[in-house]
Write a protein that binds this ligand. Structure first.
Ligand code: 5GP
Length: 253
């Protein structure tokens, strides 16, 4: 059997050539990394959960008219996506102070912000994805002013959708990171949501208890990452609910 062509291997995902031009297959690995890959482990089942959760969020976004790269899930670990030209930025939206913002500004984690804020990091592992002002983005040609206005509008719509969905299952969306891709229809360029949306790239806290249900569980050694992600998936109905016997839900295809 012919081996398919690998296009790119990242820390948590692999991209393969897709079955048709303009498509790729996105494979979710079980690898977990933090602090620019200084901390790493293999968390069994993480890739399966993130494949499902990213499908769930991307499909929801498409349903309210927000364009994404997601086409369809292929199997437990893979999804078919549109090939895009990635904008070299991490777009971060914050509703509450946490992580690098809390550290940088000396704020207590969990402090509600006066309004959602959008910030940009330059996607570059060697530099540790440094925070960059809009001036840099425009000066270095990573995006123009119109792109940035569109990206901010998209990011805030994603935030409203994600906050609402998570609130509905008793989870506070503290912050998240998305990536944006360019697709071309003839001369016309559109910006769409790319990469993944999963607990790897969000901070999710239980509303009642404040329990962390995201990658901080791994970053800060707070317990089982699989249990945390399974809980998010279970609440969203992405996995079957725990059976009456109390048995754990199984990860079905
Ligand atoms: P912070 O800047 O506080 O570290 O991260 C803000 C939010 O963006 C968090 O939800 C975090 O998970 C996400 N984020 C920031 N950088 C990365 C990254 O390189 N990879 C992933 N998966 N998420 C990131």
């Amino acid at each position: 059997m012919a081996r398919r062509k690998m296009i790119y291997e990242g820390k948590a995902k692999i991209l393969y050539e897709g079955p048709e031009p303009g498509t790729l297959v996105q494979y979710f690995k079980d690898d977990a990394t933090a602090f620019n890959a200084e901390k790493r482990d293999v968390i069994e089942g993480k890739g399966v959960l993130n494949n499902r959760l990213s499908e769930f969020f991307m499909t929801g976004l498409a349903n309210i008219g927000i364009p994404t790269h997601f086409i369809r899930r292929l199997n437990m670990r893979e999804q078919l996506i549109r090939a895009v030209e990635i904008v070299p930025l991490e777009v971060i939206v914050r509703n509450y102070a946490a992580g690098t913002m809390a550290k940088r500004l000396g704020m207590e984690e969990g402090t509600q912000l006066p309004r959602p804020v959008v910030e940009f990091s330059y996607k570059n592992d060697d530099l540790g994805d440094p925070l960059v002002p809009e001036e840099y983005i425009i000066a270095f040609g990573w995006a123009n002013q119109q792109d940035l206005d569109d990206i901010i509008a998209l990011a805030l719509r994603v935030n409203d959708f994600m906050s609402g969905v998570m609130m509905g299952v008793g989870i506070k969306l503290i912050d998240f990171k998305i990536e944006i891709g360019r697709v071309y229809d003839g001369d016309f360029m559109r910006l769409i949501i790319a990469d993944e949306i999963s607990p790897d790239s969000c901070r999710l806290w239980d509303i009642e208890t404040g329990q962390k249900l995201d990658k901080d569980v791994f970053r800060r050694d707070l317990g089982s990452l699989t249990d945390a992600y399974t809980e998010v998936a279970r609440r969203l109905g992405v996995l079957p609910k725990t059976s009456a016997t109390g048995a754990k839900p199984t990860l079905i295809n």
